[in-house]
Design a protein around this ligand. Structure first.
Ligand code: UD1
Length: 369
């Protein structure tokens, strides 16, 4: 008799989810003897440049179901995802759902599954910034509290879950699926040149900025843009703008600041994963408020300055190349100046960031089924 297959629903919603689900789907496809799976996209991110392009570049199959939820307030977005996802689970009756990261889709879908008695596996569990003004921190704490399997990327996460009283048997330290994807894609871009003809390797700073705490307040955003203007007098900048940042620059009337930066910068809309990885690989410096870039630069050994007061990924600081500068522009400028003059911290790759995390996760899913 054929063994019963473990039926899994994989969930994605927003841009940072796509690079995490891609290696998991590849690993699941290698275990078709044990696993059948479908992919649900909540549609939290929907622009071609924030969603579809990533599916193509990361070789993610078309979602079996797209809930098409789109942008809304946090409560409305979360509620709409929950209502639509409940119907999916009632129809498909999986044994397990897999959620990744910390976006609104992650908590919305976990909550629906937990209440239907369907097991939840959370990939990238246990990360904590200890800053509950971040929507992602609320999403992380709640998702972990109701998950059955908690897959962690670093030692701090194991400790956080222990302190929150989550049972040891649920926690599996497996490494970092985002690094699995990075390792896979580095091969693909081996011979790829820089896509902007006027850029030279190691002679530019790559900048990304999208957190509400940095871009939603006109005064803060203006100070940040002024600081970028100053850095652009020392090194060429490449700035792929998130839609939220782009919109706020227009709404707050900050075109003048952008013009000053543009004299020595390439400013674009969102770019694809492979282009981003290519730019990161030979950047002199990365300045960011993203979670993912902190980890990717640590793996690549590229100096990273993070414009946040805290990070939920402390191994990028204790082991990696990351430095936190918060909202202090003087600290940003002095740190950027040091890196530009070749004085910067060298890091090491954290344990188990070796390209094999997805395989470890799939083995655990099968063992726990
Ligand atoms: C979300 C995640 C954040 C992640 C980020 C990466 C939450 C709480 N936040 O934040 O953790 O780092 O994604 O991008 O889930 N927009 C578009 N097109 C899109 C998507 C968004 O124009 O495809 C615009 C809309 O104006 C929208 C705004 O961006 O209102 C914010 O989008 P949203 O998904 O609410 O949050 P992000 O800031 O992208």
């Amino acid at each position: 008799m054929k063994p019963r297959l473990l039926k899994i629903v994989n969930v994605v919603g927003a841009r940072p989810n796509f690079m995490k689900i891609a290696p998991l789907i590849r690993a699941m496809n290698n275990r078709k003897d044990c696993i059948e799976h479908i992919l649900v996209h909540t549609g939290q991110h929907y622009d071609k440049s924030m969603s579809d392009d990533f599916f193509i570049q990361l070789e993610i199959p078309e979602p079996d179901i797209n809930l098409g939820i789109g942008s809304a307030s946090h409560a409305e977005q979360t509620a709409l995802i929950m209502m639509a996802f409940e119907k999916v689970l009632l129809q498909h009756k999986p044994d397990l759902i897999v959620v990744v990261g910390d976006v609104n889709s992650t908590i919305a879908c976990s909550l629906v599954a937990a209440k239907l008695g369907i097991r939840v596996a959370h990939v990238e569990a246990g990360l904590r910034s200890f800053d509950r003004t971040m929507p992602e921190e609320i999403n992380r704490i709640l998702t972990d509290a109701i998950s059955d399997l908690l897959f962690t990327t670093e030692e701090s996460a194991n400790e956080n879950l222990r302190k929150e009283g989550l049972p040891e048997y649920k926690v599996h330290f497996v490494g970092n699926v985002m690094i699995d994807n990075l390792v896979y894609c580095l091969n693909k871009i081996q011979n790829l040149g820089l896509s902007f003809s006027d850029l030279k390797e190691n002679e530019y700073a790559l900048i990304t900025l999208h957190r509400p705490s940095n871009v939603d307040d006109p005064k803060i955003l203006m100070r940040i843009l002024n600081a970028f203007g100053e850095i652009s007098t020392k090194i060429k900048l490449v700035i792929p703008l998130h839609p939220r940042t782009q919109k706020n620059i227009e709404d707050f009337g900050l075109a003048k600041q952008m013009q000053a930066i543009a004299e020595n910068a390439i400013i674009t809309g969102p770019i694809g994963y492979l282009e981003m990885l290519r730019l990161m690989k030979t950047a002199k410096l990365v300045i960011t408020d993203s979670g993912g870039l902190q980890e990717e630069t640590t793996y690549l050994g590229i100096p990273c300055i993070t414009m946040r007061e805290n990070t939920e990924r402390p191994s990028t600081i204790t082991l990696g190349t990351n430095i936190l500068v918060g909202n202090d522009m003087d600290t940003l400028l002095s740190n950027a100046g040091q890196v530009i003059s070749n004085y910067h911290k060298h890091g090491e790759i954290p344990p188990l960031w070796d390209g094999m995390a997805s395989v470890r996760i799939i083995n655990q899913l099968i063992a726990n089924s």
